[in-house]
Design a binder for this molecule. Structure first.
Ligand code: 8YV
Length: 323
């Protein structure tokens, strides 16, 4: 008998066909909660779940006693209780590597867009105010040659730093739990304590995963350490930052500007002042959202779940102790 799986995310027709060939597939809309009463019978029989933004809780796992693997179409898995999965012998697979360069491109887009005030100026042009938009009050800041402080220096952090150091001649500082000697040498980067990095950087770019240790890592105290000319970039998770402290810092000139792809609450609440601030560029969490990369992420997730359910090692297994 074919194993059963639930799909709750964007797969191409070919990817879906691969899975349907091997498994009994149930597709659920993203709008529908996985453990809604109508879905309980699918959960009860499911051996695998594949999707993005999956809301996984211990209660949902209780309702899915046959579950062997969850394959998330994302590199981050802060929405999934990994320890709980491990305890139950359920594999968790994610999609690292394939989104690194695209997400780093997004980070650099935000660096450039905030520094050169691209969105603000484009609005002036759109409004037919060309003349008004070219005075010194709307000049930007240079990016090349400045100091880029990376908070977190994993795959994505290093890829942003490469762009800065090799493409823009930036001096790179990084804070990370462990030193990264090879890339330090390649980029001439220096590891710093977080406080020192914040004080010295012109651009502070956050790429740490959201964990109990990094939740609200950046708050009032940290913004106060930054230069008043500092530009703050977040392409990690909104909850790494105390968002009211960020709003306060932007409103009161504690820092100059922010480029944000992620927010404490997503979708961003309509009452948030952030997207309306002239010194903010706010994006709707599109770090990895290109056709090529989303396709590659979905393919990785399909390969992971296929291998896991066929008893072979998946390509990217988060909780290796389960296998
Ligand atoms: C995802 C992301 O696409 O991979 C991640 O962790 O943040 C994005 O690339 C997003 O989480 C939607 O699933």
């Amino acid at each position: 008998m074919k194993k059963r799986l639930i799909v709750q995310g964007q797969l191409s027709d070919a990817q879906l066909a691969t899975l349907e060939h091997l498994f009994e597939v149930t597709q659920l809309s993203k709008a529908m909660s996985l453990d809604a009463p109508d879905n309980r019978h699918y959960l009860a029989e499911a051996h695998g779940i594949i999707g993005s933004g999956l809301a996984i809780t211990p209660e949902l796992l209780d309702a899915a006693p046959k579950l062997e693997v969850i394959s998330t179409i994302s590199v981050g898995y802060d929405n999934i209780p990994v320890d709980e999965l491990t305890r139950r012998g359920i594999m968790l697979c994610n999609t690292p590597d394939v989104l690194t360069e695209t997400t780093a491109d997004t980070g650099f887009t935000l660096i450039m867009a905030t520094a050169r005030r691209v969105v603000e100026l484009a609005e002036w042009v759109k409004a037919g105010q060309w003349e008004a938009s070219i005075g010194p009050s709307l000049y930007g800041s240079d990016v090349h040659g400045k100091t880029l402080g990376m908070v977190g220096f994993g795959r994505i952090g290093q890829a942003v730093a490469k762009r800065g150091a090799l493409g823009f001649g930036m001096k790179v500082l990084y804070s990370n739990a462990s030193p990264k000697p090879a890339i330090e040498q390649q980029l001439g980067a220096t590891r710093r304590e977080l406080d020192e990095l914040l004080a010295e950087s012109d651009f502070v770019c956050v790429t740490v995963p959201l964990t109990a240790d990094t939740e609200r890592l950046i708050g009032d105290q940290q913004f106060a350490l930054m230069k008043r000319s500092a530009i703050f970039i977040n392409i990690a998770r909104g909850k790494v930052v105390d968002e009211s402290a960020l709003i306060n810092a932007l409103e009161n000139g504690v820092i100059k500007a922010a480029g944000l792809d992620v927010f404490e609450q997503e979708p961003l609440s309509a009452s948030s002042p952030l997207p309306h601030m002239p010194n903010v560029v706010a994006l709707p969490h599109i770090g990895s959202a290109t056709h090529e990369t989303r396709e590659a992420m979905a393919q990785r997730a399909v390969d992971n779940i296929r291998l896991a359910l066929q008893g072979e090692p998946p390509i990217s297994l988060v909780n290796e102790e389960v296998n």
